[in-house]
Design a protein around this ligand. Structure first.
Ligand SMILES: *[C@@H]1O[C@H](CO)[C@@H](O)[C@H](O)[C@H]1NC(C)=O
Ligand SMILES: *[C@@H]1O[C@H](CO)[C@@H](O)[C@H](O)[C@H]1NC(C)=O
Ligand SMILES: *[C@@H]1O[C@H](CO)[C@@H](O)[C@H](O)[C@H]1NC(C)=O
Length: 563
């Protein structure tokens, strides 16, 4: 039906010449069905189009100046809807991964906390209950740190061991002694930092949390930036030249009574490559972004792997307490010297009787689950993300191929006529290529796009480990973006109101990132051998994870097949 019509239109226009428009009823119908504007702007019959600005024609026309304006708005809306349809898949991929990552991470934290409590229950039963609050606080802090708070890792790890020391001392080093005064406990607490009874364990643990945490944090921040990039391009203001070119391409044929023809492929490519020229400039940086994320992911193993670090926490704790027990005599001496005001009976203490309490833990129940949930999720995600690495480079082509333009060999609109094929030269992608674009004049770079490119460049550097964020300050990549939906202010006409323009202040938060973060973190490699063979809540957990992974992957598969 539509090809029949096209054919008819083609014959009418090309076969018998222009200017034989005798009714606008079809044009009216389309105008109403697509809700382009109110009926009042429609002329009752073909008229001279002398007042038209874009859809000019020597012959009679079905358009009025008001209609031209409405068509322009509609053309822009069509293109923006199409753009958002394409990007929504990518956006969904990113936001679902962020959500799944956070959820899995929370499960992991609860699990690490549980394992730590279980170790205490099994090996150090007397302090298990009183220490539970501190254990919870430790993991809460780790969680806050990872999800963006500017916490000092050394500090909260030491605070945990501060709290642990009086418990360990009173129950396993010098038990059965009566001093429970707050001053005394406080004094024992303070010895943690002075004589370091837990040895290097707290420092090493803090290092691991900081190092693996920085990677995890960076990954999350990068994904948020990815979402911001898409959000920015989704809401990009199209230039006046572009809007006019879209009008001409999409709706000027309607003025001539032609409602069923689509633009020629080459014509569409010129228009869209012109309109999206600045977006195409993102291409190289977006590809690099995807590559850099893969690079970061590849580095996230061993002590860099948050999951391993967290699930090794209980082993770490076990080692730390063992260390304090070995240091028992020295610790007791110090406590007596510095803390005992009176009551404490001398040296009844010490470690021998506690040797028994160091039962070996049934580690097999506690260890890593067979699937590395976070890293499996991450790999699946990156695999799908890779299919979007050329997203910005291929956008114009994709929009023409799949929506806007006619198929090959079909009569098509070339901007003035229905023809067999478009004869002008077709330009490439990117701003430089537009200097010879015959359809759209492209003035130059878009400040909003430039800003987002700067952010991408910066995060790429961070992801590649070339410059290192100050801990916590990564947030700046994001803050400042909320209000930066800048407008293309230099270029605005009255045709559609240009609401909100003028606020083109470009936000430069990104460049504030200071170099040098992890340099204060010594790079020890503190490996607890990953233990094997996990049984504890393995089943339900892996079910949950599988669920989470499917939540992540299914829509992607769907998206791919939709493409
Ligand atoms: C750890 O988790 C298991 C299974 O989910 C639960 O039965 C147990 O009570 C938890 N233990 C602690 C100390 O939280
Ligand atoms: C996306 O942009 C809209 C409008 O500019 C804004 O309201 C929203 O917060 C942004 N969302 C994200 C995730 O950046
Ligand atoms: C469109 O086709 C007409 C008729 O063949 C031709 O005169 C005109 O130059 C073409 N315009 C473009 C932009 O190619």
């Amino acid at each position: 039906m539509s090809s029949l019509l096209r054919c008819c239109v083609f014959l009418c226009l090309c076969g018998s010449g222009l200017g034989e428009l005798d009714t606008c009823s079809e044009v009216h119908k389309v105008f109403q069905v697509r809700q382009i504007g109110p009926n009042q702007v429609l002329p009752s019959s073909p008229r001279s189009g002398a007042d038209l600005q874009v859809c000019t024609s020597k012959s009679l026309t079905c358009c009025t100046k008001k209609m031209e304006e409405k068509y322009q708005v509609a053309a822009r809306r069509d293109v923006q809807n199409l753009l958002q349809t394409y990007s929504s898949r990518l956006k969904l991929l990113l936001s679902r991964y962020v959500a799944a990552f956070q959820e899995t991470f929370e499960v992991l934290m609860r699990q690490a906390e549980n394992h730590t409590n279980v170790v205490l229950q099994v090996s150090y039963q007397k302090i298990a209950d009183p220490a539970a609050g501190s254990v919870r606080e430790l993991f809460t802090d780790v969680g806050l740190f990872l999800l963006g708070s500017e916490l000092n890792v050394d500090e909260f790890v030491q605070r945990f061991f501060d709290a642990l020391l009086p418990l360990v001392y009173n129950h396993y080093i010098s038990p059965g002694v009566g001093d429970t005064s707050p001053g005394y406990a406080e004094c024992v607490r303070s010895l943690n930092r002075i004589i370091k009874p837990f040895g290097t364990v707290p420092d090493l643990f803090a290092d691991q949390i900081a190092t693996s945490g920085v990677s995890g944090k960076l990954l999350l921040q990068a994904l948020h930036l990815g979402i911001e990039v898409i959000n920015t391009t989704d809401h990009l203001q199209l230039s006046r030249e572009c809007r006019r070119a879209l009008l001409k391409m999409q709706y000027c044929p309607h003025c001539q009574g032609i409602t069923h023809s689509k633009p020629c492929m080459g014509y569409c490519l010129n228009v869209m490559r012109g309109c999206l020229a600045s977006m195409a400039e993102i291409d190289a940086h977006w590809r690099e972004f995807v590559r850099s994320l893969e690079g970061l992911s590849a580095r996230m193993h061993g002590a860099q792997d948050l999951e391993q670090v967290l699930l090794g926490a209980h082993t770490m704790l076990h080692d730390a307490i063992g260390h304090a027990q070995k240091n028992g005599p020295r610790l007791s001496a110090q406590v007596q010297k510095l803390c005992s005001t009176s009551i404490r009976r001398p040296a009844q203490s010490v470690s021998i009787q506690d040797a028994n309490s160091r039962v070996s833990i049934p580690l097999k129940g506690l260890n890593r689950r067979s699937d590395d949930s976070l890293s499996v999720m991450r790999k699946d995600f990156l695999k799908t993300l890779r299919t979007f690495s050329t997203f910005y480079g291929g956008l114009a082509d994709q929009m023409c191929l799949q929506g806007l333009s006619s198929g090959d060999g079909v009569p098509c609109w070339n901007g003035t006529n229905i023809v067999k094929s478009y004869t002008r030269r077709v330009v490439g992608n990117g701003i430089r290529a537009q200097s010879i674009n015959p359809e759209v004049k492209v003035k130059g770079e878009d400040p909003v796009i430039n800003q987002i490119i700067d952010k991408l460049k910066h995060i790429n550097q961070l992801l590649q480990g070339k410059s290192i964020p100050k801990l916590g300050s990564l947030d700046q990549i994001e803050t400042g973006s909320g209000d930066s939906e800048g407008h293309y202010s230099g270029d605005c006409d009255d045709e559609d109101g240009c609401a909100g323009s003028g606020g083109g202040e470009v936000n430069r938060e990104v460049s504030k990132m200071s170099p040098d973060v992890t340099s204060d973190y010594k790079h020890h490699h503190y490996h607890h051998p990953p233990a094997k063979d996990s049984e504890i809540d393995g089943k339900s957990h892996s079910l949950r994870l599988t669920g989470a992974i499917w939540v992540l992957v299914l829509p992607c598969l769907h998206m791919i097949s939709d493409l």
